[in-house]
Design a protein around this ligand. Structure first.
Ligand code: ADP
Ligand code: MG
Length: 146
């Protein structure tokens, strides 16, 4: 199952992610794909609001930390970035494979397509395509539209 929608601002991408986040159960893995500046981190900011873990604006890119964790009352958000990982073994050496499979958390992974072998079969994929200006198209596979 797959659905698409368009947004015209960072704010509307965050709103889409917020609505999705409100319905997500722990153990869900979200793969976020799309070019630099597409809006993957922006999407996770909305997700954080929907999961009620933290004020969305406090979500920072895990480009250098690789994994950021935001504990919440209902569910924890684990935010991972595969961008700087060269191979699955490098990720395993850092224990990131285990973070991906956390049962107590919603796990959102930027650049997930770089290491598909670390993703469970149930992974929900979100591809964000850059359009002109602030236009983006989101294609979501693996979960129904909320
Ligand atoms: P990524 O993590 O994919 O590299 P970011 O979320 O860090 O991307 O950056 C996306 C940038 O694009 C932000 O500066 C954001 O404000 C801007 N932007 C403009 N329009 C949109 C939109 N429709 N959806 C998401 N971000 C947008
Ligand atoms: Mg990012």
């Amino acid at each position: 199952m797959s659905w698409r929608l368009s947004t015209t601002s960072a704010r509307s991408t965050r709103a889409v992610a917020r609505d999705l986040g409100a319905s997500l159960e722990p153990g869900t893995v979200l793969a976020l794909n799309g070019d630099l500046g597409a809006g993957k981190t922006t999407f996770v900011q909305g997700l954080a609001e929907g999961l009620d873990v933290i004020e969305g604006s406090q979500v920072l890119s895990p480009t250098y930390t690789l994994v950021n964790e935001y504990p919440g009352s209902r569910v924890t958000l684990v935010h991972i970035d595969f961008y700087r990982l060269d191979c699955a073994d490098a990720a395993r050496a850092l224990g990131i494979d285990e973070q991906v499979l956390r049962r107590d958390a919603v796990v959102a992974i930027e650049w997930a397509e770089r290491l598909p072998e670390l993703l469970p079969p149930s992974t929900v994929t979100i591809y964000i395509e850059l359009g002109a200006g602030d236009a983006r198209t989101l294609e979501v596979t693996g979960i129904e539209r909320p």
